[in-house]
Design a protein. Structure first.
Length: 135
């Protein structure tokens, strides 16, 4: 119910429609069409700043891919986890495999594997990917 309120306010402020809203790494993340990302962010990130101030939480806007190809999922994950990075991305047996350096690996996994679990839930919901391995 809370995310529905977030979506309504997001659409009022940005004038961009979305049905994708979730939490990742203490951010409220909104997924919009790739071509509408800059409109949603606003000039000088004014929309993001206003939404963050109203919610009292950090906000991130990412482009949602049309297709579920590996390159589209890779681009989505890359924008979601930024500024952390990975140097390898594969989908093997319906499972996402991310290769990363030691410091990025720690960021991607998080305390008690919290971020890894959040990423798994997001990929399962939007891309039918059953799990995430970080190597």
């Amino acid at each position: 119910m809370q995310f529905m309120r977030y979506i309504n306010l997001f659409e009022k402020i940005t004038r961009v429609r979305t049905s994708v809203c979730f939490s990742y790494n203490n951010f409220i993340v909104f997924g919009v069409k790739k071509q509408e990302v800059s409109d949603a962010i606003g000039k000088n990130a004014s929309n993001v700043k206003e939404i963050a101030q109203v919610f009292g939480k950090k906000v991130k806007i990412v482009g949602m891919p049309k297709d579920k190809t590996q390159s589209d999922v890779e681009e989505f994950v890359s924008s979601l986890i930024a500024p952390a990075q990975f140097n390898k991305f594969e989908i093997v047996n319906n499972e996402a495999v991310l290769g990363a350096t030691m410091e990025n690996k720690a960021i991607l996994i998080g305390r008690n594997s919290q971020r890894q679990k959040e990423l798994e839930e997001i990929l399962k919901r939007y891309f039918d990917i059953s799990g995430v391995k970080i190597i």
